[in-house]
Design a protein around this ligand. Structure first.
Ligand code: DX5
Ligand code: ZN
Length: 214
């Protein structure tokens, strides 16, 4: 299974997003992780459609869009139009998961389903045949720069074991508190797609930071 690093631009220098995209491309970062927060599903508001459109004009990077919003289904069409290559939404949101996944897949892009730290991993099992990725949050969604929640490792292990036994071909993404040390733990547990914001963007050498996450 291929390993991916997805850079959360929440950790970037927002005043120079075009330059930050160039830096990601030059350092072989696989995806740009775009965190959308609506101030309802989480206690924070980040950025949305116009910023995603603008980013798509200055980079060809794969857009890994993470919707932390109450009603993702309502906005799938708009986020597809804005240039998403993959949309991940939360199981805990108000939208019907199956309808949301089918709306994303209908647009011809990849679909991910995400769970917060307190949600048991078994709750995503019934969607594994129709998604491309499961995102296991390793912090409470809402803010960059938080400490990794170690208890989430068990969920990564459980999901990895389950998909291996059932021969299900999906990616396992983790998001929150990922650095050179926690990267080793999540990789060993079975994650193959690591989101990193503050660690990646504040590193002295982004190239070395990317290597340490792969
Ligand atoms: C948290 C976001 C994350 C966050 C990661 O709600 O989904 O993507 O920006 O940032 P770090 O790597 O700093 O924890
Ligand atoms: Zn995220």
């Amino acid at each position: 299974m291929k390993n991916y690093v997805s850079a959360s631009i929440l950790g970037a220098d927002i005043t120079h997003l075009a330059d930050e995209c160039k830096r990601l491309e030059e350092n072989n970062v696989d995806m740009l992780h775009f965190d959308v927060m609506d101030g309802c599903f989480v206690n924070n508001i980040s950025f949305g459609l116009p910023v995603l459109c603008a980013l798509n004009k200055c980079t060809d990077m794969f857009m890994d869009v993470h919707l932390m919003i109450n009603d993702p289904l309502k906005y799938i069409g708009e986020f597809v139009k804005a240039g998403s290559d993959m949309i991940t939404f939360h199981l805990e949101s108000q939208s019907d998961p199956k309808a949301t996944i089918s709306e994303i897949k209908k647009a011809g892009i990849k679909a991910g389903i995400s769970i917060k730290p307190a949600t048991p991993v078994e709750e995503v099992y019934k969607y594994l045949d129709i998604v491309d990725m499961v995102l296991i949050m390793t912090v409470e969604p809402g803010f960059g720069g938080q400490g990794f929640i170690h208890e989430t490792l068990e969920k990564v292990e459980k999901l990895k074991k389950y998909i291996t036994e059932k021969n299900i071909d999906i990616d396992i993404q983790v998001d929150g508190g990922i650095n050179d040390k926690t990267a080793k733990l999540v990789r060993t547990a079975g994650a193959n797609n690591l989101v990193s914001g503050s660690y990646l963007f504040s590193a002295d050498s982004m190239a070395d930071a990317v290597k340490s996450l792969k």
